[in-house]
Design a protein around this ligand. Structure first.
Ligand code: PRP
Length: 209
């Protein structure tokens, strides 16, 4: 049995549809229910719905052989997994944002609010800029508005959240998209089955380009 951790939500549904098109269907999964695990014994595949930011934990620890995670999570937590494929969707970017007229004159420590503390530390370390990190868990855009921070580092997809709060992208940190990840031991012990799934999924992704 190949265990696949899918991120709950639209991204996971899109990914499941590609798995189904590649021959690993399990129709019950798209029914409106609260079940978390679905399997197709004939095809040897079991899917489970996972909170998107937890997918890499399941895969790293081997509870799932395969999973789908955003590059943001992979950069932030650096899980020991193989990254096998860029799905080419779930596209967004990690960016520094703040008031359009914010100018960092470098005279004092920059206060940065974010959920992504490691990405933020690495980014500013590479620029040699000293920062004070303020770790938040959501609604990051509030921080500069309430003067909790000077800027934020966060995901920007459509830009609507920034715009509606009178903020702007100031710098792009890194582009983000969804990736197919594989547990390292699973890849060693179930090489043929996993390679075959990855090959078929790649075919589907190319056809859908
Ligand atoms: C994310 C991110 C931004 C928003 C960006 O938040 O943190 O707030 O999406 O998307 P946009 O550019 O299309 O507006 P999420 O919805 O995950 O909620 P959060 O506030 O809990 O982080």
């Amino acid at each position: 049995m190949i265990n696949v951790a899918l991120p709950k939500g639209r991204l996971g549904e899109k990914v499941y549809k590609l798995f189904a098109a590649a021959g690993y269907e399990c129709p019950e999964i798209l029914e409106n229910n609260r079940k978390l695990i679905f399997e197709n014994t004939e095809k040897g595949v079991r899917y489970f719905w996972v909170k998107p930011s937890d997918v890499s934990i399941y895969v790293e620890r081997g509870a799932a052989d395969i999973g789908v995670a955003g590059k943001d999570i992979l950069l932030e937590y650096q899980p020991e997994v193989y990254e096998m494929l860029d799905w080419g969707f779930g596209k967004c970017r990690m960016a520094v944002a703040g008031y359009k007229d914010f100018y960092d004159d470098g005279t004092r420590t920059l206060r940065v609010a974010t959920k992504f503390t490691n990405i933020t530390k690495n980014y500013y370390a590479s620029k040699g800029r000293e920062i004070d990190i303020i770790k938040l868990n959501g609604s990051i855009e509030l921080a500069p508005i309430l003067s909790l921070s000077d800027v934020i580092v966060d995901i920007v997809e459509t830009g609507t959240t920034l715009k509606e709060n009178n903020l702007d992208v100031l710098e792009t940190v890194v582009p983000i998209s969804a990736r197919l990840i594989v547990n390292k031991a699973s890849y060693t012990f179930k090489t043929a089955a996993i390679s075959e799934i990855v090959r078929q999924i790649k075919e589907q992704v190319t056809q859908n380009d």
